[in-house]
Design a protein around this ligand. Sequence first.
Ligand SMILES: Cc1cc2nc3c(=O)[nH]c(=O)nc-3n(C[C@H](O)[C@H](O)[C@H](O)COP(=O)(O)OP(=O)(O)OC[C@H]3O[C@@H](n4cnc5c(N)ncnc54)[C@H](O)[C@@H]3O)c2cc1C
Length: 293
Amino acid sequence: MFEGFEVLRNAPMREYTTLRLGGPADWLAFPRNRGEIDALIREAGSAGMPVTVIGHGSNLLVLDGGIRGLVIRVEKNMREIRIEGNRLTAEAGAMLISAAQAAAAAGLSGLEFAGGIPGTVGGGVTMNAGAYGGEIAQVIAWAECLRQDGTVIRLDREALGLGYRHSAVMDQGLIVTEAAFDLIPGKEEEIRLTMAELNARRAEKQPLDLPSAGSTFKRPEGAFAAALIDQCGLKGYSVGGARVSEKHAGFLINTGDSSEDFLTLMRQVQRIVAERAGILLEPEIRIVGEENA
Ligand SMILES: Cc1cc2nc3c(=O)[nH]c(=O)nc-3n(C[C@H](O)[C@H](O)[C@H](O)COP(=O)(O)OP(=O)(O)OC[C@H]3O[C@@H](n4cnc5c(N)ncnc54)[C@H](O)[C@@H]3O)c2cc1C
């Protein structure tokens, strides 16, 4: 199967997620271009295999039973970034951090907010990633996407339907292959300074030295997930190796090897916050795979 493609069989997903959790993917592919993604989907389709598309795995909880079928990781082999005038175009596998740095080097402002988000452009568009008042929706011009039937569409900002950690890419099961961002000229030094300041704030507030998928829950209307979790006295609360970070209560971290523990911790935090604060926290992280190892 998958002759001529870069693929792994029974690939442990803990090696491909920042949470360092997850059982094996039956097949894990690293496509080099849009044509390969299309061909991989067709081959999986003919074999009756389900397909899951991921980026860097920085917003993912893969369950202990792993992922059946084919996982397509749009990441290390699709990282080209081009700049023409005020427009930066990147393949979906380029890291947001690299895109932000390339923009800075070209004296283009607008992607500073993304300079510390450890995911890909494809994952960033899908999630409408954002931080410190910026988000993908503010700068994106278009995203080129592949439909499961192999047709290619280019969605402009409006058609992408970007909302808080939400997009049409998710709703329609599209695969982002490339995206373009409209930026504005700025001074390289100032852009780099802003990025350095934001990264310093991140390092001060977030447990960047421990495996996590960033903020586990979305920000509920009129409140902050981290503050609610903290007010419920849950900092440091743990289930096995999964723990609410003492540094930032919005980050659930993993120091063990069980997705089940992590999921149980998530559910317990949700239950306790709902009982004590009357607010149901909704996961921001995407949960994929099968529960039983
Ligand atoms: C330490 C840390 C800090 C973080 N800080 C932030 C932050 O400040 N702001 C923020 O928004 N997020 C943050 N995150 C979360 C995460 O980095 C972002 O959501 C990021 O955009 C996810 O990109 P990814 O490539 O890792 O996607 P993945 O985690 O691999 O996938 C996320 C979702 O996108 C889908 N997807 C990925 N690539 C594609 C593609 N090419 N086409 C279609 N669908 C795709 C997947 O199916 C999945 O549903 C943080 C994470 C960590 C670990």
